[in-house]
Design a protein around this ligand. Structure first.
Ligand code: NAD
Ligand code: ZN
Length: 266
């Protein structure tokens, strides 16, 4: 397939405010499986998908039991994430930001790898495994600030917010849980400002994140949507993507970043 890298590079160099929206696909080359890709966790184990939909309602019903279960079961995804390092996809996006071309990364990933690769303006749309969040005031804390095992052994679960006394949950946004308000406000502001959106490694079936490229495309004038994925997604099929670059983000994004660098230096 002939990939129009040059046109995409040109569009990025000309852009005034380019942003990226990333999904689990940018981290598969770091050894973290996605959910719905060809060898995704749910593709291989549909029962895990069913269980994922029950976690949030348990937290709402019984936060203490939620935390006890959280501490006694090991999450497959978290065990992969803890061992992972950024890959060329993350570094390419960080480089595009340091060159002043990319202004923000909105990621659906919870793995912290964009920040680890050097991206500065990152919105963690679905939270982070490394943080806890207060359900009342929205304050976030590093998970490492809490000795959760000691709290459990002392019968003091759930952990409590130091700012307001509210209940803390993992910052990760569970299925059926609303996206935190601050995250929605920041993301919509980025979409409002963008003229190019680079959508990378997302199946675009999880809402409301999947709405963001659609909103960008409905603006007047519409943002240019550049999609990089192993396989077509609903936005490819619906014609929302202006460019569809089929392949691995770890291969295509560095080519884009190199092209932008050469163009800026010429
Ligand atoms: P998804 O699993 O639904 O889809 C991943 C997409 O990326 C698929 O379309 C797949 O074909 C594509 N892909 C996989 N590897 C790729 C590669 N190397 N190059 C290009 N494309 C590739 O992921 P999603 O859309 O992000 O939604 C799943 C939800 O699960 C997200 O909300 C996210 O929070 C969570 N999740 C996060 C992680 C993580 O933090 N790394 C991992 C799994 C799931
Ligand atoms: Zn609070």
């Amino acid at each position: 397939m002939n990939i129009p890298i040059d046109e995409v590079v040109e569009a990025l160099v000309k852009s005034k405010y380019a942003i990226a929206l990333t999904g689990a696909g940018v981290s598969t080359e770091s050894g973290i499986p996605d959910f719905r890709g060809p060898s995704g966790i749910w593709t291989r184990n549909p029962e895990a998908e069913r269980r994922a939909y029950e976690v949030y309602s348990l937290f709402l019903r019984d936060p203490r039991r939620f935390w006890e279960e959280y501490l006694s079961t090991s999450s497959i995804l978290e065990s992969y994430i803890e061992k992972a390092q950024p890959n060329p996809s993350h570094f390419a996006l960080a480089e595009l930001e340091s060159m002043g071309v990319l202004k923000c990364v909105i990621t659906q990933n919870i793995d912290g790898l964009h920040e680890k690769a050097g991206s500065k303006n990152v919105i963690e749309f679905h939270g982070s495994i490394y943080k806890l969040r207060c359900v009342d005031c929205g304050a976030r804390y590093p998970k490492s600030d809490f000795n959760l095992i000691a709290l459990r052994d002392e019968g003091k679960l759930p952990p409590i917010c130091i700012m307001c006394g509210g209940t803390l949950k993992p910052d990760v946004v569970y299925f059926t849980e609303p996206i935190p308000r601050d995250v929605i406000v920041r993301s919509l502001e980025e979409v409002r400002k963008c003229d190019v959106m680079l959508v990378c490694g997302s199946s675009l079936v999880v809402y409301p994140a999947a709405e963001l490229p659609r909103l960008a495309k409905r603006k007047v004038p519409p943002a240019l949507i550049i999609e990089v994925n192993l396989e077509p997604t609903p936005i490819t099929i619906e014609g929302i993507s202006d460019y569809f670059l089929q392949g691995r983000t770890g291969e295509i994004l560095p080519k884009i970043a190199d092209g932008v660098k050469k163009k800026l230096m010429s």
